[in-house]
Write a protein that binds this ligand. Structure first.
Ligand code: 8YV
Length: 329
C-alpha cells in the first residue's frame, strides 16, 4: 500500500518530489496550530509527519498519535519529545551534516558584522548620512587576535573554529557547558595544538566573542543568564546561532543597554518570531531571522534527507538519520 505523508510546511522541491514518487503527500496550506497538528497525527491517515522546528511534538500529542514516525526538517529536534516518541515506538529523523558549513558561515558573519558594525554602517549609507571619508567614522574592533570562545564543540562549533583560525583569532572552547568533559588530542584531530579547552567559567571570562553551539536541553536553557552576562568582559560580544532559549533574552537586552557587554549577533530568539522588548532598538546588535541553514543547496539537501527519512520510516526501515534508532532495532 502507498505511504501517506503529512508535510506541515512545504519543503523544497527535491524533498517533495521524492515523497510524491513514494506515496500520497498532504502539504498543509499554512503552519498548523498545536490542536490541528495533534488531530491530524491522531487521525490514523498518515504514516509519517514531516515537521518544522515550530511544530511542537510533545508527550500528549505522541500518546494519541497514530503515525510511524516524525521526520524533522532540521538537525535540532528540541521541538520533539524524543523519549516519549521512543516509548510509543515512533521513529524520529533529522537532517545533520548538510547545514554545518552554512551555519558556521553565519556565526562568522555575525562575528564580523558585530565587530565592524555592519548594520549601523549600512543604515548610515542608506539614510544619506555618508558625507565622505572620515578618520573616525564607525570605528569597530579587530577580529584577528581576539579570543573566540565556543560554547560546545560539535560539528558547527568546529566549522566555526576553522573559519576563526583563518581570521587569526585565538580559539578556546568548552565542550559541554555548563558541565565538563575532557576532550582528548585524538578527538581534537585537526585542531590539536590550535584550540584550547577551558572550563565554562573561564570561557565566559576570557572571550571577546562568546559563540553558542549547544543543543537546547534542560541543562542549556538560559545557559547565558544575567549572572553569566555580568561575568563577561564589558567589551565582549555574544553570538548565538544555536537556539534562542539558550540565552535569557530579557537579561541580554538589559546587559546591552547598561553596557555590561558590548554587543550581540543573533540568528535565533527565545520566542521566535517575537523579540524581547527593546532588542530591536539596540544599535549594538546584528539580528537575523534564523537563516543559519538558508542557502539553496543546503535547504534542498535538508529536504532530500527529511524525505529519505520519512520514506524509510513509512516502509518500516531504519531511516538514514535516526534520532532514536533503538525503536527500529
Ligand atoms: C532550520 C535549524 O532551518 O536545522 C536546524 O536545527 O535550526 C535550521 O537549519 C530550522 O530548524 C527549520 O525547521
Amino acid at each position: 500500500m502507498a505511504s501517506n505523508f503529512l508535510v506541515t510546511t512545504a519543503i523544497p522541491a527535491p524533498g517533495l518530489q521524492l515523497l510524491r514518487d513514494a506515496g500520497r503527500v498532504t502539504v498543509l496550506p499554512e503552519p498548523p496550530d498545536y490542536g490541528t497538528l495533534a488531530a491530524l497525527c491522531a487521525s490514523g491517515e498518515f504514516d509519517v509527519v514531516v515537521t518544522q522546528l515550530r511544530d511542537v511534538i510533545d508527550a500528549p500529542l505522541l500518546a494519541d498519535a497514530r503515525v510511524r514516525g516524525v521526520s524533522n526538517f532540521a538537525v535540532g529536534y528540541n521541538n520533539i519529545d524524543v523519549d516519549a516518541a521512543t516509548r510509543h515506538g515512533i521513529m524520529v529523523g533529522n537532517t545533520p551534516g548538510v547545514l554545518t558549513d552554512a551555519t558556521a558561515d553565519i556565526a562568522m558573519l555575525l562575528i564580523l558584522g558585530t565587530a565592524r558594525r555592519v548594520v549601523e554602517a549600512d543604515r548610515l549609507v542608506r539614510d544619506g548620512q555618508f558625507h565622505g571619508w572620515e578618520p573616525e567614522l564607525l570605528l569597530g574592533r579587530d577580529v584577528s587576535g581576539a579570543v573566540l570562545g565556543l560554547a560546545g564543540f560539535g560539528r558547527i562549533a568546529r566549522a566555526t573554529a576553522r573559519r576563526a583560525l583563518g581570521f587569526g583569532m585565538e580559539v578556546l572552547f568548552s565542550p559541554r557547558p555548563p558541565g565538563d568533559r575532557a576532550v582528548s588530542d585524538d578527538e581534537l584531530g585537526e585542531f590539536a595544538g590550535k584550540v584550547r579547552q577551558v572550563r565554562w567559567e573561564e570561557l565566559v571570562k576570557r572571550s571577546d566573542f562568546l559563540s553558542m553551539h549547544v543543543p537546547l536541553t534542560d541543562q542549556t536553557r538560559h545557559l547565558v543568564d544575567a549572572d553569566v552576562l555580568r561575568r563577561m568582559k564589558p567589551d565582549a560580544i555574544l553570538i548565538n546561532t544555536a537556539r534562542g532559549p539558550v540565552v535569557h533574552e530579557t537579561a541580554l537586552v538589559e546587559a546591552l543597554r547598561t553596557g555590561l557587554i558590548a554587543g550581540a549577533g543573533l540568528d535565533v530568539f527565545e520566542d521566535e518570531p517575537r523579540l524581547a522588548p527593546g532588542l530591536a532598538e539596540l544599535p549594538n546588535t546584528v539580528l537575523l531571522p534564523h537563516v543559519g541553514s538558508a542557502t539553496v543547496p543546503v535547504r534542498n539537501e535538508m529536504a532530500r534527507l527529511s524525505a529519505l527519512n520519512a520514506m524509510a520510516i513509512a516502509e518500516g526501515r531504519m531511516p538514514p538519520n535516526a534520532v532514536n534508532p533503538l525503536v527500529c532495532a
